[in-house]
Design a protein around this ligand. Structure first.
Ligand SMILES: [Fe+2]
Length: 592
C-alpha cells in the first residue's frame, strides 16, 4: 500500500487542494464582520400581490446571506426561492430611536446608510380557497441558518368567499397603534387583508421606523405582533404587542404624504429632508437654467433627488403596475388605490413660516428655499395620467362586475378633521414686489371650486357606482354618505388626533379666505354612529371620535357587506372593545 503523502508531488497536490478548498472561507472571514448575535430576520414575512394561484412572500434581513427561500404546502415540502435586493435609501440619523440611541445623536450624528436586504419569493401553484402553512429561511454569510415561525398563506380568494378586511390608516408609530392592532387580532382573529389608506411611518427613509424603533412601535412589528409599546395611565403600565396580521394576509397600502421623501441630502437630517420636497416642475426649471453646474455627471435621478421620491416605499412593497396607484381584485372586492396626497405645511402666517399660505420672509429672494405651498405630488386633475387611468379602470369589466367597489386614497374628500383645509388643488402663487422690483411677499391660494377630488374624482366615482371611499390624514374617525349613497369613511384614530372641527372649534384659516373653519368643507353632514356613539360634555352623541385615549378600527365583512367600527379605551386596559357603528355597503344608484 502506498502512503498517500509519501511522494512530494502528491503532497503538493493535497496542499494545493486544501488551499483552494479553504480559500473562499478565508476570503469570507476577512470580508465579513464577525457575527456577535445569533442569526435573526429583521422582520417576519408578509404577503403581497396575490393572484388566483400565487402570492409573494417578502421579508428583510441585515445580512446579504444566501439561499433565501420559502417552504410551503403540506409538510412544508414545496420550496420557492427568493429574489434578493438591497434597499437603496434606508438610513438612520440623529433623530432615529434605534439600538443604543435613546436620545438625539447619541450614535448617529448625520444620515448614515443602513444595509438592509429584501427577499421576495413568488409562491406558485396554489389552490384557490386553500390556506397552507409556510416558513421562510435565510442563510447568513457565516452559514448559520435562520427560520421564521410557520405562518399561513393563500392566493387571492375566489368570488363569494366571506372575507374580513381591516380598514386602517396613519399608523406612523403613534402611541395607540400597537394597542389598536392588538385589539384587531383579539376581536376578529386573522383578517383576510389589510387596506391601509396611507401614512405607514413618519419618515420613510428612516429604517428603524419600519423595523426596529426602540420605543417598540415600528411599522412591521405592530402589524406582526412583535411590538413592545407601553402606555401608562394612573401609574399602571400596559404593554401592547400589536397583532399577528400581515404574516397571513396581504397588505394593500395607499401612498400618503408620509410615504414621500423630499430633496435628498447626505448631510441634513432625515426630518428636514422629508419636509423639503419641491414640485418636479420647479426642480426641472432650476435644472434647465444651470444643468451643467448642478448635474455635471448627468445623474439620471437628478430630478427625483432634487424634488421628491417614494423610493423606500416602492422598494418595500410589491404592488400591481409601475405607478403609485393601482387596482386589484380580491374576492368580491375591486379595490382602487390612488396617489392623492400633497405635502403638509403649517397654516401659520408668521414671518418665519414656510407655510401653506406663504413663504418665509428670510427666503423671499431665494426661490430654491421656497416650499411652494401644499403642492400635490401626483396630478389627479382631469386629463392627468392618473385621472385617465382611473377613468379607464372604473370602466373596466373587473371594476364594473365587482360586487364591492372600493376606492382608497390618503387625502380626505369629506371630513371634520383639520387636514381637509385648504382645498385639494395646485397652489396659486402670488409674488408681490415693491417699486424697485424686490419681492416683499409670496402667497398661495387654493380656490375651492378647483378642488380636484371634489371637482374631478368624485363625479367619476358616482358614475361608476363606487360604494365606499376610504381615507385618512386627519387622525380621527368620522363618516359620511352622499346623495348617491356613496359611503365615505375616515378611520385613522391611533393616537395623535388633530381634532374634529364642529360647532365652536375652528380650524386655523386665514382671514378673508373662503376655507371652511368648521364642519365638512364639502357640504356633507357627519353620520352619528349607529350603535354606541361617544358623548360630548353636554351629553349629546358625537358624530366622530377624535381622541388620544380611545382608538378605533373598522372591519368590512364581505359576507354581509357590513362595515363595523370598534373603539377601545386605552385608559382602561381591561375594558372591552366596543362596536359603536355599523353601515352596509351595497350596490348604489349610478349617476348617468
Ligand atoms: Fe397624512
Amino acid at each position: 500500500m502506498v502512503n498517500p503523502l509519501s511522494s512530494r508531488p502528491q503532497l503538493i497536490a493535497v496542499l494545493a487542494f486544501v488551499f483552494i478548498a479553504l480559500a473562499p472561507i478565508v476570503v469570507l472571514s476577512t470580508q465579513q464582520p464577525p457575527y456577535l448575535s445569533p442569526p435573526q430576520l429583521l422582520s417576519d414575512p408578509f404577503l403581497q400581490l396575490p393572484t388566483d394561484t400565487s402570492v409573494r412572500v417578502v421579508w428583510f434581513t441585515e445580512f446579504a446571506g444566501t439561499r433565501h427561500s420559502v417552504a410551503y404546502g403540506q409538510g412544508l415540502r414545496q420550496v420557492a426561492i427568493a429574489n434578493t435586493t438591497k434597499l437603496t435609501r434606508t438610513r438612520e440619523d440623529q433623530k432615529s430611536r434605534v439600538g443604543e440611541q435613546t436620545e438625539d445623536a447619541l450614535v448617529y450624528q448625520k444620515p448614515t446608510p443602513r444595509d438592509i436586504w429584501r427577499h421576495e419569493a413568488k409562491v406558485t401553484r396554489l389552490t384557490p380557497g386553500q390556506r397552507v402553512p409556510y416558513q421562510v429561511t435565510s442563510v447568513r454569510n457565516d452559514g448559520q441558518i435562520v427560520k421564521s415561525n410557520p405562518f399561513t398563506l393563500t392566493p387571492a380568494p375566489p368570488p363569494h368567499t366571506p372575507l374580513k378586511i381591516l380598514l386602517t390608516s396613519d399608523h406612523q408609530l403613534m402611541p395607540m397603534t400597537a394597542a389598536n392592532l392588538q385589539k384587531v387580532a383579539e376581536t376578529v382573529g386573522n383578517v383576510d387583508a389589510v387596506f391601509l389608506a396611507g401614512d405607514l411611518v413618519n419618515i420613510p427613509d428612516r429604517a428603524s421606523e419600519w423595523f426596529d424603533d426602540n420605543r417598540g412601535g415600528a411599522f412591521f412589528p405592530a402589524l406582526q405582533g412583535h411590538a413592545d409599546y407601553k402606555l401608562e395611565y394612573n401609574n399602571i403600565t400596559t404593554r401592547y404587542t400589536g397583532g399577528e396580521l400581515i404574516q397571513h394576509a396581504p397588505l394593500f397600502p395607499a401612498t400618503g404624504n408620509h410615504e414621500v421623501m423630499g430633496r435628498f441630502s447626505t448631510d441634513s437630517g432625515l426630518n428636514a429632508q422629508f419636509n423639503d420636497p419641491i414640485p418636479r416642475q420647479v426642480a426641472a426649471e432650476i435644472y434647465q437654467q444651470t444643468s451643467s453646474l448642478l448635474n455635471p455627471n448627468n445623474n439620471p435621478n437628478w430630478l427625483k433627488d432634487n424634488s421628491f421620491n417614494t423610493d423606500t416605499y416602492n422598494e418595500i412593497f410589491t404592488l400591481p403596475g409601475k405607478e403609485n396607484y393601482y387596482a386589484i381584485t380580491f374576492g368580491d372586492i375591486r379595490l382602487i388605490s390612488l396617489y392623492i396626497t400633497n405635502i403638509w405645511r403649517t397654516p401659520s402666517l408668521k414671518p418665519n413660516a414656510k407655510g401653506r399660505y406663504r413663504e418665509r420672509e428670510a427666503d423671499l429672494n431665494n426661490p430654491t428655499a421656497w416650499g411652494y405651498g401644499q403642492h400635490i405630488f401626483e396630478p389627479i386633475k382631469q386629463g392627468s395620467p392618473q385621472y385617465n387611468w382611473l377613468k379607464a379602470e372604473l370602466n373596466s369589466p373587473e371594476f364594473q362586475q365587482a360586487k364591492y367597489k372600493i376606492v382608497m386614497f390618503h387625502h380626505p374628500p369629506h371630513s371634520l378633521g383639520d387636514n381637509i383645509v385648504p382645498p385639494y388643488t395646485d397652489p396659486i402663487q402670488t409674488i408681490e414686489r415693491d417699486r424697485k422690483g424686490t419681492i416683499t411677499a409670496v402667497r398661495y391660494d387654493y380656490p375651492p371650486q378647483a378642488d380636484y377630488i371634489i371637482r374631478d374624482v368624485i363625479p367619476l366615482l358616482e358614475t361608476a357606482g363606487v360604494q365606499l371611499v376610504l381615507y385618512g390624514h386627519s387622525h380621527l374617525w368620522n363618516r359620511f354618505v352622499n346623495s348617491q349613497g356613496i359611503h365615505f369613511l375616515e378611520s385613522s384614530n391611533v393616537g395623535n388626533t388633530y381634532g374634529a372641527y364642529l360647532g365652536e372649534k375652528q380650524r386655523q384659516v386665514p382671514e378673508g379666505k373662503d376655507y371652511a373653519a368648521t364642519g365638512d368643507p364639502n357640504g356633507l353632514e357627519p353620520i352619528l354612529p349607529t350603535i354606541a356613539p361617544l358623548r360630548g360634555e353636554d351629553n349629546q352623541p358625537l358624530p366622530y371620535i377624535a381622541s388620544n385615549d380611545i382608538t378605533v378600527f373598522s372591519i368590512l365583512d364581505t359576507s354581509t357587506g357590513i362595515v363595523s367600527s370598534y373603539r377601545f379605551d386605552t385608559t382602561k386596559p381591561d375594558s372591552d372593545v366596543i362596536e359603536f357603528d355599523e353601515f352596509k355597503i351595497a350596490p348604489v344608484r349610478r349617476v348617468r
